[in-house]
Design a protein around this ligand. Sequence first.
Ligand code: MRU
Length: 348
Amino acid sequence: MRKVEPLRWNNGVLTLIDQRKLPHQEIFHDYSSVEGVHASIKDMVVRGAPLIGFTALFGMVIAAKNNANDLTGLKEAGEYLKTARPTAVNLAYEVDRALGICESEITEGRRDSLYQTLEKFSLDQMEKLYRDNLAMAKIAFRELTEKYGDKKLNLMTLCNTGFLACGPMGTALGVIEYAFEQGRVNHVYASETRPYLQGGRLTAYELTTSGIPHSVTVEGAFSYLMKKGLIDAIFIGADRIVENGDTANKVGSSTLAIVAKHYGIPFYTVAPTSTFDLSSKTGEEIEIELRPEEEVLEAMGERICPKESRALNPSFDVTDHQHLTGIICENGIIKDITPENVVKTVRG
Ligand code: MRU
């Protein structure tokens, strides 16, 4: 099956596939205003930490096109984009990098070429992530080989961390695809990921695209699967990893890690260095996004709970670093997870 491109940039227009409609409909939306880009992130047309970061970068390219002479306007656009979703650090990270470029280009009198400079920078970052994701997949593959030799493995993941979340290649799902290409994957269990179903809709779609045998499962089946011995290792992505290794990822990740630890199943977080927030010491400092109640109270646009019921809809949770077997980034794998080792590995 053909792979769709989740993000395209063409002559000042950002085109995003509407991930809320996948897998059954491929609908694309064009954006040429900062407000539109902000809405695309907030309303989850686009999602996944790295792709949110790239979308915001192109939002800044659009801002530069519209406000090329005005640093104040660019800063306002950047701050506005950052408010779209709070947990994935890639958003603020990419906006701040774009603002750094705006500041130096304008101060040094290169305002006429700012748009082209930012555009090139943004496209280069997507290329870089592809190389970084490949490096992470190879590191993870070495780890699996050390642990399991050439056994064909049953792997598990949660949410969506593939090309739809990253561009050309995924993080945790990139690891799984790479291992499959090396002939080392027997079966993949994709947790459906309530309430937004990124696992059931998007990961299953990507696994289908790559021809990888898989089963979608519900979050409540974590213990069943592991007690039965159906899982050899688990790989998930991250939205923010702080200095001590505590990791925010899609809600349910922490439960999955705790159950995996109980059954002695290796559990890895896979994320590029752009997902690390070394300015926060522990997971306590991570802001967890609370999303609209309707996402829980309704299914496929229809109310399923009594009309009197309320919902609590945290989009992420924090996995304590003690529950991780390892954190994999493009610079290596951190198995002894201490602040010193996290900082040393991330800084390269
Ligand atoms: O709410 P989402 O779909 O943006 O959440 C995405 C996740 O939690 C992913 O696991 C994370 O962003 C890593 S993507 C490589």
